[in-house]
Design a protein around this ligand. Structure first.
Ligand SMILES: Nc1ncnc2c1ncn2[C@@H]1O[C@H](COP(=O)(O)OP(=O)(O)O)[C@@H](O)[C@H]1O
Ligand SMILES: [Mg+2]
Length: 280
């Protein structure tokens, strides 16, 4: 780190009123791809009830970090804990079963299927009793009803009919389905990789509202975004990833967008290791 750069004192971070134990924590996470270092000993904390944004330049390791949290990649070193217990994920299903739902950059929906089917993709519910257990009949009505409830819970009023094919929906509505899918399964943590990148202004705002609703419903969210106004609007804390490491954790109150971008690009450094949660 250069000494000629401006340093922001960590005391500028306001105290947090949230609980003390992270629900999801990564300690010293390492992930390499041959000679390329994707993550070089990264710490991450997600606290109950918060939206944690992850920002960083291209190649900083944001997607790699998220993939390690969601079981798409296995970490080479370091430790992951969920609810205080060490977890080891070797496939996405492991993380999902532990309660971590991830919506990837690429829209995670199948356009030709209807909304309810998309919501229940890979976990279709069987009819109760012998019809389901022996005849393997899908509980289509139940799935639609529950799909409808979860979409409504997220305040997506524009989607009325759960039987409509997802290909007829707008980009924002499709993203909404992907988020609703992630939120619909009693998840402990929802992770979104660039949820508003492919969306227009209005749709992007709708997804932001959904993120806020998720937080209100008690589900903590990790969201990767390049959209600084979105990040400053929705995040409780901001994890800044730079050159495969965590450069800082700031809050929208402690730092301006310009300062956040300066830390991201290395134009500004931060004293010590901030957590964005000053003691007290
Ligand atoms: N599957 C992979 N194979 C080889 N290198 C990878 C792979 N995934 C990511 N990387 C490398 O790891 C680094 C971090 O990438 P990534 O996590 O995608 O960054 P970001 O999402 O912040 O743009 C980059 O140098 C990238 O080229
Ligand atoms: Mg990425």
């Amino acid at each position: 780190m250069s000494t000629s750069q401006d340093a922001v004192p960590s005391s500028s971070v306001p105290p947090s009123e949230r609980g003390n134990a992270p629900i999801l924590q990564g300690k010293g996470l390492v992930k390499t791809f041959g000679r390329v270092i994707g993550l070089d000993g990264v710490d991450l904390e997600l606290y109950p009830g918060e939206v944690l944004a992850v920002i960083g330049d291209n190649g900083a390791g944001k997607s790699t970090l998220i993939k390690c949290l969601s079981g798409a990649y296995t970490i080479d070193a370091g430790e992951l804990t969920l609810d205080g217990h060490t977890v080891k994920f070797s496939k996405p299903q492991d993380a999902r079963e532990a309660g971590i739902e991830t919506v990837y950059q690429q829209l995670a929906v199948i356009p030709a299927l209807d909304i309810a089917s998309n919501l229940y993709l890979a976990r279709e519910e069987r009819r109760p009793g012998i019809l389901g257990s022996v005849f393997r009949m899908l509980d289509k009505k139940g799935m639609r009803d529950r799909a409808s409830t979860s979409v409504q819970n997220l305040g997506i009023q524009t989607i009325q009919n759960m039987g409509v094919a997802v290909e007829s929906l707008s980009g924002g509505q499709r993203q909404a389905v992907a988020v609703a899918r992630a939120a619909a399964f009693g998840s402990k943590v929802v992770i979104l990789d660039e949820p508003t990148a492919a969306l227009g202004v209005k749709e992007g705002n709708a997804v932001l509202d959904m993120i806020k609703q998720l937080r209100e419903s008690g589900v903590p969210v990790i969201v990767i975004s390049h959209n600084m106004p979105h990040v400053w609007e929705v995040a409780d804390r901001i994890h800044i990833q730079r050159l495969a490491r965590r450069a800082a954790v700031i809050t929208p109150q402690s730092h301006t967008m310009g300062e956040g971008v300066a830390i991201m690009t290395g134009a500004m450094t931060v004293e010590g290791v901030e957590s964005g949660r000053a003691a007290g």
